[in-house]
Design a protein around this ligand. Structure first.
Ligand SMILES: *Cc1c(COP(=O)(O)O)cnc(C)c1O
Ligand code: SF4
Length: 459
């Protein structure tokens, strides 16, 4: 096929039959959410049963050891497992997002901390983050149909792990939800509510509908979005779980009657995640008039090559999903190997812009640590490439403060990496970057990660 049209070549057929554990499963069974949920793999022992000798003993050992060092528990659907190229799992972009291998992990960046976005600081009610003037983030549940090892909300999402014990628990609870609704009702400036989690796929249909209705009926709420990775993890559900899809449709239709918008935000990272069954699920949502946008995480080896990102963006557009954001990878534990430098992302953005419609061209944003919110990757006040420090301001969200983003150390010169290991050198490098950005005597950056360690250093 013509190279320009590769994005239309969607994988079809019974791609799961190559997996020993699924080789006897027919389409009528595999293409249902019941099977996808029942056969979801949540342990190395289960994975062994499914994959058998498709991979060697070394792989299982590497994985078991990787999981011990990961902030997220293991959870992957048969659909995604079957889309991995098991000939070369070490470099497969789907494997690298959901199955951590010890051999590829890198030491964490010394400035890293859990809940790097400080979402709990801006939480008036547990599970509700109100950081921006007119929009809020509501987390009704803390489970997902899959666990991404790079999840930013590893402080809350999924079960406790050795690495992150005692997570914040955000179970589905009417009392907690009522508190969130009451808060939103009390803030007339709030026009936009993101319903995330966790994942809206894991909301029961009656809960999804009740939450949607309750929010749309608040007069000042004009826009709601249901966030779900479901279309990527098990698109089959949209087609086979009519109760869920119909509940979503009713909320969207209610929105339309009230002259408001209710949409879906989803999450694809690799073009390999979009196949024929994804297109069929999207076709149904398009017929129902449901707008779907995508938020992608920029990841080394998954989509950090311009050709990978171009293909992802074109493929999303082809099946009617609007690429909305590409996030520079948040600083979360255990995933340093997936992060890229700011420079790399800025370069990818340059190559994507111009390949398709402007409204299908995602903005590349950094969600700054310490709660400065999302910033366009190009809008840094100062960027020290040698030491891998970018400095941002966020005048509409946290005026007068300075926010930083750090490139992964593995891409820096050995001498610089060595400096990062020493606390006094770290302080000096960060202070110099903020001074170079124009930050004289600013207190704001004490809200930064590792603030304890940085406290007392004049900006
Ligand atoms: C990302 C985010 C939102 C939504 O922001 P948009 O830029 O409109 O997509 C709202 N609240 C919080 C806390 C967020 O992190
Ligand atoms: S689907 Fe989203 S919230 Fe759930 S684990 Fe993945 S990144 Fe985290």
């Amino acid at each position: 096929m013509n190279h320009e049209l590769t994005h239309r070549a969607l994988r079809s057929g019974e791609y799961w039959r190559q997996i020993p554990g699924f080789s006897k499963v027919g389409a009528d069974e595999f293409e249902t959410h019941q099977f996808q949920q029942r056969a979801t793999v949540t342990s190395v022992a289960q994975l062994r049963l499914v994959l058998g000798e498709l991979v060697g003993e070394r792989f299982y050992e590497d994985l078991a050891s990787g999981i011990q060092n990961a902030p997220m528990a293991l959870r992957i659907s048969p659909h995604l497992l079957s889309l991995i190229d098991w000939e070369t799992p070490e470099i497969d972009p789907i494997r690298s997002q959901f199955l951590p291998l010890r051999s590829t992990q890198q030491p964490d960046h010394p400035m890293l901390q859990l809940d790097s976005l400080a979402e709990r600081q801006d939480s008036p009610v547990p599970g509700l983050t109100h950081r921006y003037p007119d929009k809020a983030l509501f987390l009704p549940v803390d489970t997902c149909p899959v666990y991404c090892r790079f999840c930013t909300r590893s402080y809350a999402v999924g079960s406790d792990t050795e690495r992150v014990g005692e997570k914040l628990k955000l179970h589905a609870s009417q009392t907690r939800w009522d508190q969130a609704f009451a808060y939103i009702e009390s803030k007339p400036g709030l026009e936009d509510v993101v319903i995330s989690g966790g994942d809206s796929y894991n909301l029961r249909p009656d809960h999804l509908e009740a939450i949607g209705r309750r929010l749309l009926e608040i007069p000042h709420v004009r826009r709601i979005r249901f966030a779900t990775k479901g279309l990527c993890v098990m698109p089959q559900k949209v087609l086979s779980d009519a109760r869920w899809t119909d509940a979503l449709t009713r909320v969207v239709e209610l929105g339309r009657r009230l002259h408001k918008t209710a949409v879906v935000h989803t999450h694809f990272n690799s073009p390999n995640e979009i196949v024929e069954s994804t297109r069929r699920a999207m076709d149904l949502l398009v017929e129902r008039g449901i707008t779907v946008r995508c938020q992608t995480v920029l990841q080394s080896g998954v989509n950090s090559h311009p050709a990978q990102m171009q293909l992802l963006v074109k493929r999303l557009g082809y099946i009617n999903i609007q690429p909305y954001y590409v996030y520079f990878h948040d600083m979360v534990p255990g995933v340093e190997d997936l992060r890229t430098s700011l420079a790399e992302g800025v370069e990818v953005e340059k190559r994507v812009r111009g390949t398709t419609a402007g409204f299908h061209t995602p903005a590349f944003v950094v969600d700054t640590m310490g709660g400065g919110g999302k910033r366009d990757g190009h809008s840094f006040e100062y960027y020290d490439r040698t030491h891998g420090i970018a400095v941002f301001t966020s005048p509409s969200v946290k005026p007068g403060q300075w926010f930083v983003y750090f490139d992964p150390l593995w891409g820096l010169d050995p001498g610089v990496r060595e400096r990062w290991q020493r606390p006094e050198e770290r302080r000096a490098m960060v202070a110099a970057a903020i001074r170079n950005a124009g930050g004289e005597g600013s207190a704001g950056w004490q809200a930064l990660p590792g603030a304890g360690e940085l406290a007392g250093v004049p900006g």
